[in-house]
Every structure is written in C-alpha cells, then in structure tokens.
Design a protein around this ligand. Structure first.
Ligand code: IPE
Ligand code: IPE
Ligand code: MG
Length: 236
C-alpha cells in the first residue's frame, strides 16, 4: 500500500524499451514509441493524482541524434501529435509543462507546439511535468559552468566564491528540487547521461518492464519500493 503521507516530491523516469517492445511484436520501432506515449499519458495522470509535485521524463537525449534520421524525426512528429492532443487535458488538470534541454534545436514545428504548451500552462499550480528533450547531463553542467565563467570574466562573480547553489541555479532544472526517486524501465541499469548532478542522492528503482507496458500499477509499485528505502544522505 502506498503511504499518502510519504509521496516523493519529485519522480524522474527514464522511459526505456520502446524499441524492444516493438521488436518483440515484429512492429516498426515507431510503433513502440507510439505505445510509449500512451504509457506516458497514464503515468502523468497517476502521478498527478498521487500529489507528486514534479514528474520529469527523459524523452530525447543529446545522444539520441545518433539514431536514424527516420526514427529521430518520427519521435519529434509524435511529440507534436502528443502535445496537440493532450494539451487541453494537461491544462484542465492544472499541470504545468516545462522543458529541460536545448529544445530549440528541434524541428520548427515541434518547437512551436512545445512553446504553445509552455505558454498555455505557465500559470498552472498543479503538478509540474518536466520533459527532458535534447537533454544531456554533461551538456547541462557544461552550460552552467560556461554561464558562471562568463560572469567571472565580466567581473560580477569571483571564481573563489562559486557555490554548489550557483552551479545548480544554472542548470535546466533551476528551481526544481532534486529527484527523490529515479525509475528506469526495460532492465537497463545505467543513467545514460540523465540528471547527473541532480541524482546525487536519488533512490533508484529499476523495472524489467518495457516502457510501453509500464502501467499505473507498476508505477505505484516503484513508489512503494521507494517508501521502504532508508535515505541517509551521508548521515548515520
Ligand atoms: C526509449 O526507448 C525511447 C527513446 C530513447 C526516445 P528506446 O527507443 O531506447 O527502446 P530500446 O532501448 O531500443 O528498446
Ligand atoms: C535513454 O535511453 C534516453 C531516453 C530514454 C530518452 P537510451 O535507450 O537512449 O539509452 P542507452 O543508449 O541504452 O544508454
Ligand atoms: Mg533504449
């Protein structure tokens, strides 16, 4: 049973296994991404119903450009379809959308519909749904370091006085608490460049289920596992 008093504030997910899901069914990879979108819809609903404040999903990494151009453009097309179809529902549920990553490198159409989702939901006060898109943890840290170096160059910041807070404030996630729980599906046990700085003390839960098969019940199971963990943050 989930303890409603101990709901994680921030859950981050690596939605992995769409390709294998499709392969298992002799379907094209895009069918897997499509089914993955459906799973994401359900998890957003479930997370918001549980009172989770931040749900962050890894939708496209800085390394995913290595895939075929067909798959890459297919994923972005799907994203546009998702936003067009779901924006009303998200808005109705008071969800606020935020993008983490250098998303203006995406095709113009995708950028346009994403920006519409940001504008529409900007004053919403319910769950924040963070989409990591063209996101890479190292890229994000590099960008933060460059911002700070620029300030040092301009004389508004002393190198010696840079704090962890300064680095965090210049990440895409500025203002978002670190993830309490990080879930990865499909049996892979690695971070793949996701939230490197932010996951310093996250609890990791790995599920063998492929992302398109990840249901509300699987999600709730992961939260239960989290609730039975003992977090120490280096203390005793
Ligand atoms: C995750 O599923 C979705 C994205 C990376 C966009 P994959 O496409 O990585 O699925 P597998 O790992 O090949 O099964
Ligand atoms: C991580 O999954 C990226 C997303 C889920 C968007 P990958 O499938 O790209 O990661 P690797 O290649 O297995 O490490
Ligand atoms: Mg994968």
């Amino acid at each position: 049973m989930i303890d409603l008093e101990k709901i994680p504030e921030h859950v981050a997910i690596i939605m992995d296994g769409n390709g294998r899901w499709a392969q298992n069914r002799n379907l094209p990879r895009m069918a897997g991404h499509n089914a993955g979108m459906m799973a994401m819809k359900e998890i957003i609903k479930a997370a918001s119903a549980l009172g989770i404040k931040h749900l962050t999903v890894y939708a496209f990494s800085t390394e995913n450009w290595k895939r075929s151009s067909e798959e890459v453009s297919g994923i972005f097309k799907l994203l546009i379809i998702y936003v067009e179809k779901e924006l009303n529902e998200l808005h109705k549920n008071n969800v606020k959308v935020r993008i983490l990553g250098h998303y203006d490198r995406l095709p113009k159409e995708a950028v346009k519909s994403l920006e519409r989702s940001l504008a529409t939901t900007k004053d919403n006060t319910g769950m924040q749904f963070n989409i990591a898109l063209n996101y890479g943890g190292r890229d994000e840290i590099l960008r933060s370091v460059k911002n700070l170096a620029m300030k040092v160059e301009q004389g508004s910041l002393k190198a010696d006085e840079i704090t962890e807070g300064d680095i965090a404030d210049n990440l895409y996630t500025s203002g978002i608490p670190d993830p309490d729980l990080l879930i990865r599906t499909s049996g892979e046990m690695r971070l793949s460049n996701y939230l490197l700085w932010q996951s310093a003390y996250s609890e990791f839960v790995f599920s063998d289920v492929l992302w398109p098969d990840f249901t509300k019940e699987e999600f709730e199971k992961a939260i239960e596992v989290f609730q039975n963990r003992k977090r120490r943050f280096g203390g005793r």
